[in-house]
Design a binder for this molecule. Structure first.
Ligand code: KIV
Ligand code: ZN
Length: 526
């Protein structure tokens, strides 16, 4: 029989308490809704005693988010338990999560308590928490560095006091998978408890083993996994929800377990997290990173085009990705170029394919990734017999601002089109970049706006030169909304403003090429 493993998400508590991942109240609400869409079993919404803001966010999640059980964390002290109980009181399904350090280090260095005092505190505080919620979880903090016999006593005490879930955290990410399997096998056999009490795993990633350790725990009989989206959390983070869920699903032959997670919402949830924490998901992140279902190398592209399973173990649509992406770059081969050109309506064969392939490689060396719009621009220009140079170049640019608070900046720009000559525009806006981009729109007679900008400062010399101490270029990647779609542009320059302007012009050229191609296709079809 396939057993069920509960997913306890702690993105909003353990995840949010890590440096760089703090969230504002509205961000927490968005994240909680994304977790409800994923159908996690439990949302650990925060630590209400930590601050009034944390209390308020947990209270709102308990009131407004429907579906999952809403949990609040408390130290094993009455004040924390009262705050946590008050914050979750309006949730139809709630959990109060009480924790106390049990290892010798925590007992002696942090709590200054004897083992007997620890056991009494567990008994009293789990019992007290039951007055606020009939569903109480107890965590033995630093469990994996706790003497096994004492851990059995501590967990048996919590179960006797009414805890429904016994969590055994690897607080410092020190355990190994074999150890986790052995420890849980022992605990499940030895801890005295009612049959409905379940064990839970909570692994940190200090040695990069949080997912492997969580999987070892469920193999030993644990039926709740505590995890976070993309693995954010204290120090190196927690077990990543998407990894552990997809591992159990993809290797059902080994685990024979199921979760209630609606995996097709994983990408959307990871985007929400990136948005509310202002921290992008790393490209190479398993399951939800941009590269997880993308192929650039010629050998892999050839394989995937013939049969996706040659290089993919999961279906992209199962986690919310439309389809595997064939990314064109300098490692790509002719098969992929031909397939993507065909998607755009160009049938490339023989010598023509060789020519385009040579131009494409030069461009990929220069720019990196070649998306569909840029490929469209390249093919359109080659069709017209033009050399591939930027359509638009920056002529002159002037900015004028009084410097007074709230004053607007006046921008004037002149741009030169390769075939049609110069155009100019003037605009006023509240910032230098806004005004210059508005001036471009006016000069070009178009409506476009920036949806994302990524800027990197690239040092040209390791050693500073006295006359030019920075010696660095600015590399700008921009995404714009224009011509009814989203288009990317990239430029590198010595200064921020020309780099932004050229990246914007580059994105506009790519968008224009796609718009022109669409018109051409429609005209020839009519
Ligand atoms: O890592 C840990 O021990 C914790 C507990 C509060 C569960 O986060
Ligand atoms: Zn933790």
């Amino acid at each position: 029989m396939t057993e069920y493993v509960q997913i306890f998400d702690t993105t909003l508590r353990d995840g949010e308490q890590a440096p760089g991942f703090s969230m504002r109240e509205e961000g927490k609400m968005m994240m909680a809704q994304a977790l409800a869409d994923l159908n996690v079993d439990i949302i650990e919404a925060g630590f209400p005693a930590a601050s009034p803001g944390d209390f308020r966010a947990v209270e709102r999640i308990a009131q407004e988010i429907h579906g999952p059980r809403i949990c609040a964390l408390a130290r094993a002290i009455p004040g924390d338990i009262e705050r946590a109980g008050a914050a979750i009181q309006s949730a139809p399904k709630r959990r109060l999560h009480v924790f106390l350090g049990t290892s010798p280090l925590h007992r002696e260095a942090k709590l200054n308590m004897t083992p007997g005092e620890i056991l009494a505190r567990i008994r009293d505080m789990v019992g007290y928490a039951r007055e606020f919620s009939d569903n109480v979880e107890f965590s033995a903090e630093d469990a994996f560095r706790t003497e096994p016999e004492f851990l059995v006593e501590a967990l048996s005490t919590a179960a006797a006091a009414g805890a429904a879930v016994l969590n055994v955290p690897d607080t410092v990410g020190y355990a190994t998978p074999d150890e986790v399997f052995a420890r849980f096998s022992m605990l499940i056999a030895e801890v005295e408890r009612a049959p409905e009490v379940i064990f839970s795993t909570h692994c940190h990633n200090d040695l990069g083993m949080a997912v492997a350790n969580s999987l070892a725990a469920v193999r030993a009989g644990v039926r709740q996994i505590e995890c976070t989206l993309t693995g954010i959390g204290e120090r190196a983070g927690n077990c990543a929800l998407e990894d552990v869920v997809m591992a159990m699903r993809t290797r059902k032959d080994i685990f024979n377990l199921q979760t209630g997670i609606e995996a097709r919402h994983l990408i959307a949830a990871s985007h929400t997290l990136a948005q509310v924490t202002s921290t992008p998901v790393p490209r190479n992140k398993s399951i939800v990173g941009a590269n997880a279902f993308a192929h650039e190398s010629g050998i892999h592209q050839h394989g995937v085009l013939k049969n996706r399973e040659t290089y993919e173990i999961m279906r992209p649509e199962d986690v919310g990705v439309d389809k595997s992406a064939i990314i064109l770059g300098k490692h790509s081969g002719k098969h992929a170029l031909k397939a993507q050109a065909a998607d755009l309506g160009w049938n490339l064969e023989g010598e023509r394919l060789d020519e385009v392939f040579a131009a494409f490689k030069l461009m990929a060396d220069e720019i990196g990734l070649i998306d569909q719009a840029r490929l469209c621009a390249l093919l359109s220009q080659m069709e017209k017999g033009e050399s591939f140079e930027p359509q638009w170049t920056l002529g002159a640019m002037a900015l004028n601002t009084s410097g007074e608070a709230g004053s607007q900046t006046l921008a004037h720009i002149e741009m030169i089109h390769k075939a049609d000559g110069a155009v100019s525009g003037t605009a006023r806006a509240s910032g230098a970049l806004d005004s210059i981009l508005s001036a471009i729109n006016i000069a070009r007679g178009i409506e476009a706006r920036v949806s994302a900008i990524d800027m990197h400062y690239i040092a040209m010399d390791p050693e500073p030169v006295a006359s030019d101490p920075q010696r660095a270029d600015v590399l700008v990647d921009i995404e714009i909304e224009a011509f009814g779609g989203l288009y990317q542009g990239r430029a590198r320059a010595r200064d921020i403003m020309p780099a932004c302007v050229n990246a914007y012009l580059d994105a506009l050229s790519n968008g224009e090429a796609v718009a022109a191609r669409k018109t051409q296709t429609m005209t020839s079809a009519a």
